[in-house]
Ligand binder design. Structure first.
Ligand SMILES: [Ca+2]
Length: 523
């Protein structure tokens, strides 16, 4: 009997075998279907890179003519790219909650985007279920599911280590006086907060992530990278290698283009380099074939750097550069512009290269996917569905891909339901429900609710069943959380009324200091 058949016969996943070998808790019997083809020496490592705000059409392979993303383009060519991956919420904190817990926003404990609302103490996360079966678990970047001294801190939700920002307002600055590691402050030398300093926080965060991967190369690990670039403030060092890719670009030399827009593009290219660093490290360590790597955005794109000429933003985050077709809305909206995200997965030998999938799914589906992949036990009562059959193929998973009956979102006074190609949305409280056929009308311009009253009634009923009143976690003391929020501008300094633009080494003429960058939308 081949090893693969043997594993199947035992009904064990690689993680279960690993767990038995190490004395970690056994994987549950229900999780017996997910043995990837081949014979893994151990359950796969998982790297989940989530770039804050990077939009669906801001990648070169999606046709963006201004932004350079060679490594992400290559990753997409080597793996699978999804065209209908959706955020679980249109802003940072709630979507992180849906991602971590597998619940949609009608059940999530974090629905406010205030930066510190916590998960409840008993809630399980991707990290906690993987830790149970012996994974090393590390998070690096922006948490957003509970400030310090709350029930939501990452080290109480399965992370061996979480390094970066707990609070989203803290995360607006790349030069804060400190970052956080497992609720303790780690000083960053020479940083006053705001838009300049001596220690660029993102470099430190990426270094920690790479160190984590190296340190855990001999055991299964989950490396969660909810990195903050290109979220504003739009700052990147003048000597970052990303600028080299823009040296010959005419638009970067144009003094009429806001400096922040140039910085934004360079930040995306820095993220692109980071993706390459991770993939190169996995190759160097011989882990490529046993590591599944995700690269994704967090919420839908915001139409940044708008002008008379660029009404949907300078980089057109929600506009298909090849067709001109635009998603309606953007970050913060439950129209497609707020939800559509890039989503690429690469796993050499397990995921066929060059695939493009139109599977409709959203961030709550990631937890059950990783549970099925590893044999971890998903919590009861989640809303997500595993997409592992779509990723690995039905033969590797012994089952066909299930589809959602419907997907659900709520955000502030907006509510939306997606069923196959139909999208019902109530854009604000007490407004009439609208209905769009996304196959015929991906831009959501033609409300057909009046023609389909029965369908609207069904989707409204689904929305009604999907919502329960929010129950967030709690703080024992908000002092340190409030300190983190002030650290955006330095822990002792008041918020300045004007800002100095940062130079980039390429153009010193544009001094636009946009209100958007000064007080970025939360999350
Ligand atoms: Ca975001």
């Amino acid at each position: 009997m081949k090893r693969r058949q043997f594993i199947k016969a035992l009904g064990l996943t690689g993680a279960a075998l690993y767990a038995r070998a190490t004395g970690a808790p056994d994987a549950p019997a229900h999780a017996a279907t997910a043995v990837p083809s081949g014979s893994p020496k151990r359950p796969p490592n998982i790297v989940y890179i989530m770039s804050d705000e990077l939009a669906y059409y801001e990648l070169s392979h999606m046709g963006n003519a201004k932004i350079h993303t060679p490594r992400i383009d290559r990753m997409a060519a080597e793996g699978i790219r999804f065209t209908q991956a959706l955020a679980g919420a249109p802003v940072c904190a709630p979507l992180r909650c849906t991602l971590m817990t597998g619940k949609h926003t009608g059940h999530a404990s974090v629905r406010a985007n205030d930066g510190g609302t916590p998960l409840r103490a008993e809630e399980q996360t991707i990290a906690s279920i993987l830790k149970e079966i012996g994974y090393a678990t590390g998070g690096f970047g922006k948490w957003g599911c509970g400030g310090r001294d709350s029930t939501g801190v990452p080290e109480k939700h399965g992370f061996d280590v979480f390094f970066g920002y707990y609070d989203q307002v803290h995360a607006h600055s790349y030069y804060p006086p400190y970052l956080i590691r497992n609720s303790e402050e780690v000083p960053l030398p020479g940083n006053p907060g705001g838009r300049s300093g001596q220690t660029y926080s993102h470099y430190v965060i990426m270094d920690e992530a790479m160190t984590f991967i190296r340190a855990n190369k001999d055991r299964p690990f989950f490396c969660y990278l909810p990195i903050t670039p290109p979220h504003g403030m739009y700052d990147i060092p003048a000597n970052d290698p990303a600028w080299a890719l823009y040296r010959n670009d005419e638009w970067v030399k144009d003094p009429d283009v806001p400096q922040d827009a140039k910085n934004y593009a360079a930040m995306v290219t820095m993220v692109d380099r980071n993706v390459g660093q991770v993939l190169d490290l996995l190759q160097e360590l011989g882990l490529e074939d046993n590591t599944i790597v995700f690269f994704t955005g967090d919420n839908g794109g915001q139409d940044r750097f708008r002008s008379e000429r660029y009404r949907r933003g300078y980089f057109g985050p929600n506009v298909n550069p090849r067709t001109g077709l635009a998603f309606r809305g953007g970050k913060g909206s439950l129209y497609e512009g707020g939800l559509r995200i890039p989503f690429i997965v690469r796993w050499p030998g397990r995921i066929a290269s060059g695939r493009v999938s139109d599977l409709l799914f959203y961030q709550p589906d990631v937890l059950p996917t990783l549970a099925e992949l590893t044999g971890a036990r998903p919590p009861a009562g989640i809303d997500g569905l595993s997409i592992l059959p779509e990723l690995l193929g039905p033969e590797a998973t012994n089952r066909r891909q299930q589809r959602h009956q419907a997907l659900y979102w709520e955000h502030r006074s907006q509510v939306a339901v997606r069923m196959d190609h139909w999208k019902a949305i109530q854009p604000k409280g007490n407004a009439p429900w609208e209905l769009y056929d996304l196959n015929a009308d991906p831009g959501e311009t033609n409300d057909v609710a009046d023609s389909h009253p029965d369908l609207v009634a069904r989707l409204k009923a689904f929305a009604g069943e999907s919502h329960v009143p929010v129950q967030p976690g709690t703080f024992t003391d908000r002092t340190r959380h409030e300190r983190d929020r002030k650290a955006k501008w330095g822990s002792t300094q008041p918020k300045p009324t004007t800002m100095e633009p940062r130079s980039t080494g390429l153009s010193r003429t544009a001094s636009t200091c946009q209100a958007e960058a000064g007080s970025p939308r939360r999350g």
